[in-house]
Write a protein that binds this ligand. Structure first.
Ligand code: HAM
Length: 403
């Protein structure tokens, strides 16, 4: 028997119902905010992720499903969705249009991480990217939209926010940070030592408890923001306060991808174990330019569907659809055209085998049908059909063409 690869899962039965419910709810809500569907390839040139997610990130450094294809091209299974959407945005020259443009997407992402609870090698994201709006109101709106999606799905969360500054305030801060970290580098772990050189901001994110204790007194970027970043971050906090949305400012929230600036945020759940982030995102105003487009401010997020599947509260199943059956083999020819016309509007299940009434009713009940419609021998002779509403228990026999 051949099993799926480690860290990859089949989506079946109850799981697939949860998956579809999450995606359809997220689509419905994001459409109300003006997002339209975008689909980009799963396989992209490796250079795309190197330039966007960043050489020094774990995703690019250690976790890519990267290989040479038969034509000798260096390609990679997408580890996240933003880079592909930005590439598509630039490829279609949408960066030359003056209006705001918003896209939603969902699908599989691939990261060669060590699998554990909540961490897969193939997982699914639902994400949104908004282009062309520099205002902090858009950051607030996108955070509100994520909250609305979680609320609709009955998923509890905590919101963490931070500001990652901009090209004016980040470089001097980085210098300060490197000086601070260099002084304590002997006591920091190997990963931190590597990051001091490759990506010092990521040191703040180290999960090692010893390092965390040593990092307590590091200079904080939010205390060193430039006037514009500081005022945007204050405005974001005001907007969240006014909307009665609770949040925590986490100065160590740096995100694992290099393209962010200004607002960064994560939604976390305390009910799913160590891998607690259920959505993450932020502003990435320079990425369109890095990928050869015209300067376009942008903000977006992605949610982890498998993690949400652990938390989602499914609505009570309600009865729906029609079950069609016969008690005599000849009547099947009447059922098929009937099923076809009913399927224009409703879900129909047809049982091809002639059976006793009791067996039909049991089967209709098992699939949760609302109506069972059966043609018995008498009904077949008279051109009628016996119909039972399985909710109200009402029964009637009517001419087939009236059903
Ligand atoms: P990310 O934080 O890397 O952001 O991933 C977003 C979400 O995907 C996480 O919060 C988590 O729920 C889920 N996730 C990540 N890795 C795994 C995994 N190995 N197994 C299961 N779930 C996982 C991004 O990917 C950015 N592209 C988000 C973004 C969009 N920023 C701006 N626009």
């Amino acid at each position: 028997m051949i099993n799926p690869l480690r860290g990859m899962k089949d989506l079946t039965f109850e799981d697939s119902a949860r998956f579809v419910y999450i995606i359809t709810t997220a689509i419905e809500i994001s459409k109300r905010y003006g997002y339209e569907y975008i689909e980009t390839p799963i396989l992209e040139e490796t250079a795309l992720f190197r330039r966007s997610v960043g050489e020094s990130s774990d995703i690019v450094g250690k976790e890519m499903y990267q290989f040479e294809d038969k034509g000798g091209n260096d390609v990679c299974m997408r580890p996240e969705g933003t880079a592909g959407v930005v590439r598509a945005f630039v490829s279609a020259k949408l960066d030359r249009q003056p209006s705001t443009q918003k896209f939603y997407y969902y699908g599989p992402m691939f990261r060669y991480e060590r699998p554990q609870k909540g961490r897969l090698r193939e997982f699914h994201q639902f994400g949104c990217e908004s282009f062309g709006e520099a205002s902090v109101y858009e950051d607030f709106t996108i955070i509100s939209m994520i909250a609305q999606i979680f609320d609709a799905l009955g998923i509890g969360y905590e919101l963490q926010i931070n500001s990652l500054g901009c090209e004016n305030c980040m470089p001097p801060y980085k210098e300060n940070l490197v000086a601070f970290l260099t002084d304590i580098k002997e006591a920091l772990c190997e990963d931190c030592n590597r990051r001091i050189v490759t990506n010092p901001i990521r040191v703040l994110d180290c999960k090692n408890t010893n390092c965390q204790a040593l990092l307590q007194d590091t200079p904080k970027l939010i205390e060193n923001l430039c006037t514009e970043c500081d005022s945007d971050f204050s405005k974001l906090k005001d907007l969240l306060n006014n909307a009665n949305m609770s949040y925590e400012v986490d100065t160590n929230l740096v995100r694992g991808l290099d393209y962010y600036n200004k607002a960064a945020f994560e939604f976390v759940s305390n009910d799913i174990g160590a891998q607690s982030a259920i959505a993450g995102g932020g502003r990435y105003d320079k990425l369109v330019e890095y990928l050869d487009g015209r300067a376009t401010p942008a903000v977006g997020f992605a949610m982890g569907v498998e993690r949400m599947m652990e938390l989602v509260q499914m609505p009570e199943p309600s009865r729906g659809g029609i079950y069609l059956g016969t008690m005599s083999p000849e009547a099947i020819d009447t059922l098929l055209p009937l099923a076809k016309s009913k399927r224009l509007r409703e879900q129909v299940t047809v049982e091809y085998q002639a059976k006793k009434l009791k067996a039909h009713l049991k089967a209709a009940d098992k699939i949760g049908a609302k109506v069972a419609a059966i043609i018995g021998e008498d009904e077949f002779a008279n051109g009628t059909i016996w119909v039972k509403d399985l909710e109200s228990k009402e029964e009637k026999t009517i001419p087939v063409e009236e059903f």
